[in-house]
Design a protein around this ligand. Structure first.
Ligand code: HEC
Ligand code: HEC
Ligand code: HEC
Ligand code: HEC
Length: 194
């Protein structure tokens, strides 16, 4: 048992005094003792495409303030979505800099131009638009020039990739968000998911 384990055990003891936290914390403990979750974008689109896209320099994370400029309705809708609050669980405690948590609770963690630390990249905290659709700079270029969609790694034209994005974060450990995947997925076609 090393220092990190001791800290984790201590946290369980503390959190267990509050109702309902014990079962949650069992999942967190499991996560801490499991291999680091691979980069969600890379897992969803495959290593070859990921490497090519990132090396091109055309796919950079911009943060959802940019998306708001043209998708005000979606931006407002997503404010009611739990994804936009996913850092709440980890930002105040000992996990706030832990890669094991940030990989699924922030936007683009582990990708160049993605989330690094709250202090450094607050504009990419939570699972934002680009957490599901992939880095947005190329889409913004396409959309500005042609006034159309396209240019996203996991956009509407690639539902299979977008579905994989969901599943790389919603693993068998973190699968309580929905019972029926297809209906959960289709809610996101609308500006306000619920
Ligand atoms: C593989 C992706 C993934 C990783 C890694 C991950 N989480 Fe989560 N987390 C989720 C998802 C998805 C949910 C939403 C609940 C669900 O679907 O089960 C969630 C929910 C939570 C919740 C809220 C509990 C609930 O049921 O709503 C807490 C607290 C939490 N995570 C803490 C952590 C901590 C701390 C770490 C790092 C040790 C971590 N998570 C790592 C994906 C992940
Ligand atoms: C939890 C994942 C997720 C997040 C976060 C998310 N989206 Fe989406 N988005 C989806 C899914 C799923 C679809 C439906 C794709 C399809 O048609 O198969 C979609 C569709 C869309 C569409 C097309 C809808 C239409 O009617 O043509 C737009 C535009 C869009 N998203 C913009 C955004 C913006 C802007 C944000 C951030 C404010 C955002 N999305 C955040 C998953 C997400
Ligand atoms: C310069 C304006 C502009 C900006 C900025 C912008 N978009 Fe779009 N976007 C559009 C237009 C135009 C369309 C096509 C019409 C529509 O679906 O609203 C579109 C369509 C989409 C679609 C559906 C079609 C597709 O290609 O999948 C998604 C998803 C999307 N945008 C996500 C985003 C995200 C995420 C951001 C922020 C990184 C963003 N957009 C920023 C203009 C913009
Ligand atoms: C980058 C990781 C990631 C991706 C990609 C992702 N999720 Fe999530 N999702 C989470 C986390 C973390 C939470 C917990 C957020 C919270 O409770 O604050 C969550 C929560 C949810 C919830 C519960 C929302 C609520 O209001 O209770 C649903 C439903 C959900 N996700 C569906 C999806 C679907 C469908 C997709 C794909 C279109 C998707 N997620 C993509 C990480 C992700």
């Amino acid at each position: 048992m090393n220092f990190r384990h001791l800290t984790a055990v201590f946290t369980v003891l503390c959190l267990c005094t509050a109702d309902g936290w014990c079962s949650e914390n069992a999942r967190v403990m499991d996560e801490l003792n499991s291999p680091l979750t691979p980069n969600p974008l890379k897992s969803a689109i495959g290593e070859a495409l990921y490497n090519e896209a990132i090396a091109s320099g055309e796919y950079r994370y911009t943060g959802n303030d940019k998306c708001r400029l043209c998708h005000r309705d979606f931006f407002i809708g997503r404010k009611h979505d739990q994804h936009d609050h996913s850092m709440d669980y980890i930002s105040s405690g000992e996990f706030k800099n832990n890669p094991r948590c940030l990989v699924c609770h922030s936007t683009g963690y582990g990708t160049p131009s993605g989330f690094v630390l709250l202090e450094k990249t607050p504009r990419l905290s939570n699972v934002q638009c680009e957490g599901c659709h992939g880095p947005g700079s190329n889409h913004i270029k396409v959309a500005s020039l042609k006034k159309t969609g396209g240019g996203l790694l996991a956009g509407e034209d690639n539902p299979e990739r977008l579905k994989k994005m969901c599943k790389v974060c919603h693993t068998s450990r973190w699968n309580r968000s929905y019972n029926d995947f297809e209906s959960a997925y289709s809610k996101y076609k609308k500006a306000v998911p619920k």
